[in-house]
Design a protein around this ligand. Structure first.
Ligand code: GDP
Ligand code: MG
Length: 296
């Protein structure tokens, strides 16, 4: 007997920094979505596609919903995050086991109005010194909404992630696969490469930088044994250039080395990467410029 073909969309939602992109990368066993300890690392929606036999799971990693920010890029992210809730077959609503915040409550309000199954994923349980604290937390959350499942897990340690995945698969509708079985993301290689560079800039530099950079891939040449890539890191102000370049260029060098290693792992190929840092004024505040950079 052959198993029924299944395929469905799973939206991973939650406030910034709860671990959504980390979960996606663990599920896919590939770095599909970049992560960091700074909020709003994920700027655009990323699809992670996993096909095992008759089952195709299509994950949607969303930027965090954030209600206070006024800048254009945040308005854009809010629209994105709200629209995916309506399209999903399963919603994984992720929270941090160590604290329930106002933003969590706001997202839960949005989630309540969907027809999709909602799984509450309580992440970062590795950070709980006393695991018994989970019981009152689960009780409190059960009272807020009739979740299909409540699953405590640690995305970073892969703890309980397989339990979550099993429940997700059980909820997927029967139907044909929507993507070729070998496809793992909807993003182009150029986009993946630009995101890996952005991740390293965010990780290597200080707090104020993440909002103001953008990475443009100038050229991407796939030569037989080598990927040759040249990219521009756009910053908002002249003063941000030295922050990224560092003393004697050591920061930019670290960014380049780390990004190149990730790229070589992703594509199974040697990579030659060249990076430049250039200044562009106020791009985050101008939706037109955002569009020209590919944030549709
Ligand atoms: P997102 O904004 O929701 O996509 O969050 P990220 O996936 O970028 O993760 C935010 C931070 O939390 C990163 O520094 C992750 O390494 C960390 N993180 C994610 N999952 C866990 C977890 O299960 N335990 C711990 N201790 N940290 C985690
Ligand atoms: Mg993310």
């Amino acid at each position: 007997m052959t198993e029924q073909s299944k395929c469905g969309f799973i939206a991973i939602i939650g406030r910034p920094n709860v671990g959504k992109s980390t979960l996606l990368n663990v599920l896919l066993q590939k770095k599909i979505s970049i992560t960091s300890d700074k909020p709003q690392t994920t700027r655009s929606q990323v699809l992670g596609i996993k096909t095992v036999g008759p089952v195709q799971e299509v994950y949607i990693d969303t930027p965090g919903i954030h209600h206070t920010e006024k800048r254009a890029i945040n308005r854009y992210m809010n629209r994105l995050a709200s629209s995916v809730i309506g399209d999903a077959d399963v919603i994984v609503f992720m929270i941090d086991a160590t604290r329930w915040q106002e933003d969590d409550a706001l997202i839960l309000e949005k989630v309540k109005h969907t027809k999709a199954a909602v799984i509450l994923a309580i992440n970062k349980i590795d950070k709980l010194k006393n695991k018994a604290l989970l019981f009152p937390l689960i009780e409190k959350l059960q009272a807020k909404f009739n979740f299909t499942h409540i699953i405590p897990l640690s995305a970073a340690n892969s703890e309980n992630v397989s339990v979550l995945e099993k429940e997700i698969i059980a909820l997927l509708p029967e139907g044909p696969h929507l993507f070729p079985d070998e496809q793992i993301t909807d993003k182009t290689e150029r986009f993946q490469v630009s995101e890996l560079i952005r991740e390293k800039v965010i990780r290597v530099t200080s707090e104020e930088i993440p909002y103001s950079i953008n990475v443009e891939i100038e050229s991407f040449k796939d030569e037989e044994k080598l990927l040759s890539i040249s990219a521009i890191i756009w910053v908002e102000r002249e003063g941000q250039k030295p922050i990224i370049i560092g003393v004697g260029g050591e920061r930019l060098k670290a960014i380049g080395t780390q990004a190149r290693k990730d790229m070589e792992r992703l594509f199974n190929k040697k990579v030659f990467l060249r990076l430049w840092v250039k200044v562009k004024d106020n791009w985050t505040d101008d939706e037109r410029i955002l569009k020209s950079l590919g944030y549709e």
